[in-house]
Design a protein around this ligand. Structure first.
Ligand SMILES: C=C1C[C@]23C[C@@]1(O)CC[C@H]2[C@@]12CC[C@H](O)[C@@](C)(C(=O)O1)[C@H]2[C@@H]3C(=O)O
Ligand code: AKG
Ligand code: FE2
Length: 323
């Protein structure tokens, strides 16, 4: 019998890892070095002492849980709500979500969401402003660490009023499976909440509750579960940042698995540039190790169009490699 949910069936090795931890209050040159190393080796790192007030996070999380607890008929009235179908090309996962445009991150913007209490718009706005600022700060530290003379080179793109950023709330309800074939060798469920993919934008700032599920793939066929840390933000390099660093930073594939007993909730801010922004590495990223541009220049509109016409797990960045 075919299970009614996606289960990972390929033979896979599961190897838990600890992500690098970056303390934003540490000495600046140490922070920039650590970030650069983490982005080269893992494409992911955790940020602590990030400055976003605990209340801002707690309020956003509470309103999101309240929303997902509503009856299905009510949730489905909202065009921004999705359940099990991811994108428009047949991808499925054991997830329900809200997908909001995060540009511009102002209270008035989120007020336009019909049927939502004003508490939702104010808490989501405050959260979005916090994570956008955090993303900009991290992008400036990255530019500094890479020796890019204009330290606003990356952050400017998501600060622009017409930047194309997105906020996604993912809720993974618990799924209990008794069959031992549905567990990996670490006794985690093999039910896929959000399938394997890389994030297409510049930088992702992800936060989850204390339920694990995120796995990254540093090597083909190997999945590395990462422990959740609700007091930290998990930051990852998107495809565009890989292009703008001429391949020095890696946009690493990842996925989210469901838990057998607890609900996982994650909130991801995807910092994206304006649609007409030209994506190309600055001259300083062309070095003896990378003597030419690895990718052809393109606009975000061109890349986004390709991304949204493809399946979640496809390697879209390969289409833009220089010959
Ligand atoms: C299947 C798809 C969903 C997605 C658009 C796409 O065609 C391929 C990329 C997917 C992704 C992954 C990261 C983000 O969650 C997202 C919002 C994005 O920008 O690219 C999703 C897209 C989506 O859910 O619409
Ligand atoms: O829920 C998670 O931890 C990951 C979600 C994710 O990768 C995404 O929304 O792009
Ligand atoms: Fe992702």
């Amino acid at each position: 019998m075919v299970a009614p949910f996606p289960i990972s069936t390929r033979s896979e090795k599961i190897l838990p890892i600890d992500l690098p931890v970056v303390d934003l209050t540490a000495e600046r040159s140490m922070v920039t070095k650590l970030i650069v190393k983490a982005c080269e080796e893992y494409g992911f790192f955790n940020v602590i002492n990030h400055g976003i007030p605990r209340d801002t996070i707690a309020e956003m999380e509470e309103t999101a849980f309240d929303f997902f607890a509503k009856p299905m008929a009510q949730k489905k009235q909202l065009a921004l709500y999705g359940c099990k179908n991811i994108g428009f090309n047949g991808d499925m996962g054991e997830v329900e979500y809200l997908l909001l445009s995060a540009t511009p991150p102002s209270i008035s913007h989120f007020k336009n969401i019909s049927n939502m209490p004003s508490k939702f718009s104010s808490s989501v706005s405050a959260y979005t402003e916090g994570v956008r600022e955090l993303a900009c700060e991290i992008l400036e530290l990255m530019a500094e660490g890479l020796g890019v003379p204009d330290t606003w080179f990356f952050s400017r793109l998501i600060r622009e009023v017409d930047s194309d950023s997105v906020l996604r709330f993912n809720h993974y309800p618990p799924i209990i499976l008794n069959n031992k074939d549905c567990k990996d060798n670490h006794n985690h469920t093999k039910v896929i909440g959000f399938g394997e993919h890389s994030d297409p934008q510049i930088l992702t700032i992800l936060r989850s509750n204390d339920v694990g599920g995120l796995q990254i793939s540093l090597q083909d066929g190997v999945w590395n579960p990462v422990a959740p840390d609700p007091s930290a933000f998990c930051v990852n390099v998107g495809d565009l940042l890989q292009v703008m660093t001429n391949g020095r930073f890696v946009s690493v594939r990842h996925r989210a698995m469901t838990n057998s007993h607890k609900s996982r909730m994650s909130v991801a801010y995807f910092g994206g540039p304006p649609l007409d922004a030209c994506i190309v590495a600055p001259p300083v990223m062309v070095t003896p190790e990378r003597p030419s541009l690895l990718f052809k220049p393109f606009t975000w509109a061109e890349y986004k169009k390709v991304t949204y016409s493809m399946r979640l797990g496809e390697h879209r960045i390969d289409l833009f490699r220089s010959n």
